[in-house]
Structures are given as C-alpha cells and as structure tokens.
Design a protein around this ligand. Sequence first.
Ligand code: DC
Length: 236
Amino acid sequence: MIVAIDGPSGSGKSSVAREIARRCDLTYLDTGAMYRSVALTCLERGVDPDDAEAVAAVADGVRIEFLPSEGGQRVVVDGTDVTSEIRTAEVERAVSAVSANPAVRVTMVALQRRFGEEGDVVAEGRDIGTVVFPAADVKVFLSASPEARARRRAVQRQGGNLATGDEVAVDAGDEQAILADLVRRDTYDSTRETSPLRPADDAARIDSSELSFEEVVEAILALSPELAARAGRADA
Ligand code: DC
C-alpha cells in the first residue's frame, strides 16, 4: 500500500508520516531528504546549485540510502551518514534551486518509485500525490497557516517539539525570521515550473493549524479502512 503525504514545510507532515509508518508498519520515505542530500553533495564538491547541468550530474551519480536505526532513520550518502548535515541553513538555502532542477527531479522520482515497488510505503514531499505516486491508495495534503508553521519550526530549532507537547521558549525575532523564510520558500515551491507544490485533485485536505498531532494522525487513519486496520493490527 502507498500513502502519499504532501504539504508545505512546517505543516507537520514529517512527524505525522513517521507516526503513520510506525503504527501501520509501513516504510517511511522522506523525499525532501533526497533533495537535501543532492544539495549537500553539491556544496561539498563546490558545485554551484544554479549550475543546472553540473547539479544534474551530481544527482545522477550520488547513492542515497535510508537506514533504520534506534534513534530513527539515518540518511546515508555515498556511505557517509549525513542525517544532521542535510538540516543546516546552508543546505536549506541551496535546496530550492536543486529541487527546481527538472533533470534532478526525474532522477529522484525514479528512485522514489523504486522504493514504492519494494513494498508498503508512506512517502512525504511536495509532489508525491501528483507526480511520484498518482495512484497512491491514500493521498493527503497537509497544510497549516504560515504563523502556525513558523511557530513549530522555531520551537523545533530550540530543541522542543509541539507535536509531542514539548514546548520551549522562542525568541520573537527568530520566529519572525523563520516566518519570512517560510513565506519565501512557499512562493518559490508553489510557483516553480516543474512539479509545483499543489494538492492532487483527489487528495484529502487537512489543515493542522488548530489540530493536535494525534488528531491529525487519527484523521489520516480514518481516511482508509485498510490503513485503520493496519494501525489496529500493529497496535494489537
Ligand atoms: O520537506 P523538506 O523541507 O525536507 O524539503 C526540502 C526541499 O526539497 C524543499 O525546498 C522542497 C523540496 N522538495 C521537493 O521539491 N519535492 C519533494 N517531493 C520534497 C521536497
């Protein structure tokens, strides 16, 4: 079975997708981590993220693996664990250009489909329901107001997690800066020519601004009897 979860950054889709994977015994596929891995490799090799041909060559040659571990999934690129390195501000600045590159997308989408062929998957990203797995069994478009998303990110950066009720104090200036960056990335992701962020016509739309983490997970499980049954089986 394939579950597709799309949405803008900070909508909570990563935590939600991980939880659905855990409860329903599905493999979690973080497609954003793949674009981040290509961006990181470009930076390490001194490749300009705007040099379309050179970036496409990097995407073609790089080996991206997801390895299960006790602390959660590790991202391994050409044999090196880059789980933390792909989350830096530097990678974040480079990844927009990398993920807007049509040749890179062709390579990554092919890789993502191969994951899907191997078994039951919950994949999260921007184009999963529209491009990667248009025939997914369950499609969700998870959104939240920019303010709610900025707050979650700000708390995350300080080591907290609103999804688990682990609240920490955040600096108002930091939160404003995160909000501005989110709005900039939203505009970029939804207006780019290749695979812009948009809900699939048949996706269930869930706005998580006013919902708890558990409420979002329950809303998704309720979309599909098969998913609900898998969650029941895994809990039993
Ligand atoms: O979800 P994320 O923040 O890790 O994504 C990193 C970047 O990759 C972000 O700029 C959007 C882009 N992305 C994409 O274009 N398509 C996907 N399927 C996943 C991520």
